[in-house]
Design a protein around this ligand. Structure first.
Ligand code: NAD
Length: 460
């Protein structure tokens, strides 16, 4: 369905083609697909990263209707996260949560133990901070396990290159891989995408995206308290640390960037950005409070992205497209419902100019992405979003890097930038030093545009 960013299939094309592609690809690859369609058809699920989204994804998995699914293993670096997620999930899905005490694993290598509870063809959910994604994905591929992983999937150039290779390996193994850019599974956006492809908007000239709200999640962090190690503090508060998440930029803005690029049908070739730190109080995290990015596509089209985490300002959460024949809401007021519509002019506030709007009730894309993944597993349909997820993550890093260095950054530069934020994460133990160290001033280094150039940004 979601083959490549450059020329995605429309939903209708996908539904028409999948049967043919499946047989052909399985034969070409000489694979006997591991299909969960017959007698022993329970799909087992392991959850690595038992936080808010991980538990949400596990619940979505167990809500898929086309056959039995059960949760059999949990892994996290904090015991209380495992307990909380287990208790909550057990209440909602009492029959399907089947995780004995000996299948609850704690530590940086807990992911291996959890995946060892699965068989080829089962699914692992990777919902830790993104820095660990390539480590966990590598093991899943080795074990022949299908994957649902949360976005972003990479935060820098070297891990993106590594990840793109892993994506190829996973395709060769006929694994099904979902990436949590759930907006790609939204029915309303699909219809908008089809209409744009059919020319209803004319040529797309400008895209705009806004994510403006107060501080949320682990956006800001005060100095570490004494009762936790530096490594666990940074791992826990991952939005605050670039090595762990790409900062709030990568974590918060990737959805808007991705949905705009989807509608455009291309990735931008370069970015230039502004951003800065304003009111920080005691916070010593690495984030900027504001970001504005101008992405440029190969044909000169622009995508303008605005991000702000400041209380008391105008709030907006939306993406828009402007074309030579009209304009469109890609999403407005949140990820779901998207409230997609097309206007005949450029003023999206003019209700009289609406020529189309998605009128049906929008099914939840967090559920749809799971329905599609499990359907692909059971029916052996091609389904692998790993490459596209890595590209979306890279384009997001490109905008962030442009803000943090004050330079124009191209796609190729970002991809080939040799700076890896946290090398050796596959060897991390509870006793390892944290990837980021405090400076002599007792603060973590923050990006300094104009001072940190593209070659020098060790840690920022
Ligand atoms: N698609 C979406 O809309 C959406 C929404 C929220 C979060 N997310 C993504 O989901 C991921 C997790 O976010 P969250 O909000 O659930 O955070 P969270 O802090 O609630 O959960 C992360 C969990 O991972 C655990 N963890 C950290 N490192 C680990 C490791 N190496 N091994 C095992 N466990 C580890 C943490 O202890 C924590 O329990 C992020 O990548 C985030 O961007 C996506």
């Amino acid at each position: 369905m979601y083959n490549s960013q450059q020329k995605p299939l429309s939903r209708r094309e996908f539904l028409k083609n999948t049967g043919k592609i499946t047989v052909a690809s399985a034969l070409t690859a000489g694979l006997i697909p591991h299909v969960h369609a017959a007698e022993n058809n329970t799909i087992k699920v392991a959850l690595v990263g038992c936080g808010g989204r991980g538990a949400g994804a596990a619940s979505n998995a167990m809500s898929v209707k086309n056959g039995p699914i059960k949760l059999v293993a949990l892994a996290d670096v904090f015991e209380e996260r495992i307990k909380r997620s287990y208790d909550n999930l057990k209440k909602i899905h009492p029959e399907q949560v089947d995780v004995p005490e000996e299948h609850k694993f704690i530590g940086f290598d807990a992911y291996k133990d959890a995946m060892d509870c699965l068989s080829p063809g089962d699914v692992v959910i990777l919902a830790t901070p993104p820095a660990f994604r390539w480590v966990h994905f590598t093991y899943a591929i080795e074990k022949g396990i299908n994957v649902f992983m949360e976005k972003p999937v990479t935060v820098d150039g070297p891990t993106t290159l590594k990840f793109l290779k892993l994506a190829e390996d996973s395709v060769k193994k006929n694994l099904k891989v979902g990436v949590g850019l759930m907006c790609r599974h939204c029915e309303a956006r699909w219809e908008l995408y089809d209409r744009i492809q059919n020319g209803q908007l004319g040529d797309i000239i400008t895209l705009r995206a806004y994510r403006l709200h107060g501080p949320i999640g682990y956006f800001a962090s005060d100095p570490k308290p004494d009762n936790i190690s530096e490594l666990l503090y940074q791992t826990q508060r991952f939005h605050s640390f670039l090595w762990a998440s790409g900062g709030n930029f990568s974590d918060f803005y990737i959805h808007h960037i991705d949905e705009c690029c989807w509608m455009k049908g291309a990735w931008p070739v370069k970015a230039q950005s502004l951003g800065g730190r304003h009111y920080r109080g005691n916070s010593i995290d690495q984030n900027f409070d504001t970001y504005s990015v101008e992405y440029t596509f190969a044909d000169g089209t622009k995508l303008f992205l605005y991000g702000r985490c400041i209380e008391g300002c105008h709030n907006e959460f939306a993406s828009y497209a402007h074309g030579s024949k009209g304009s469109a809401v890609i999403s407005q007021g949140g990820h779901t419902p998207a409230r997609c519509r097309i206007n005949k002019g450029q003023d999206l506030d003019k209700k009289d100019d609406i020529v189309w709007e998605f009128s049906e009730q929008e099914p939840n894309p967090y559920q749809l992405e799971w329905d599609h993944l499990i359907e692909a597993i059971r029916e052996d349909k091609p389904f692998n979003e790993a490459k596209r997820g890595a590209e979306a993550s890279l384009v997001t890093s490109m905008g962030r890097m442009a803000a943090h260095t004050g330079r124009v950054v191209t796609y190729e530069e970002m991809l080939n930038c040799e700076h890896e934020f946290a090398p050796g994460l596959d060897k991390l133990t509870m006793n390892s030093p944290a990837p980021l160290q405090l400076g002599p001033d007792g603060k973590y280094p923050v990006p300094q545009p104009g001072i940190n150039n593209f070659e020098y940004h060790i840690s920022v």
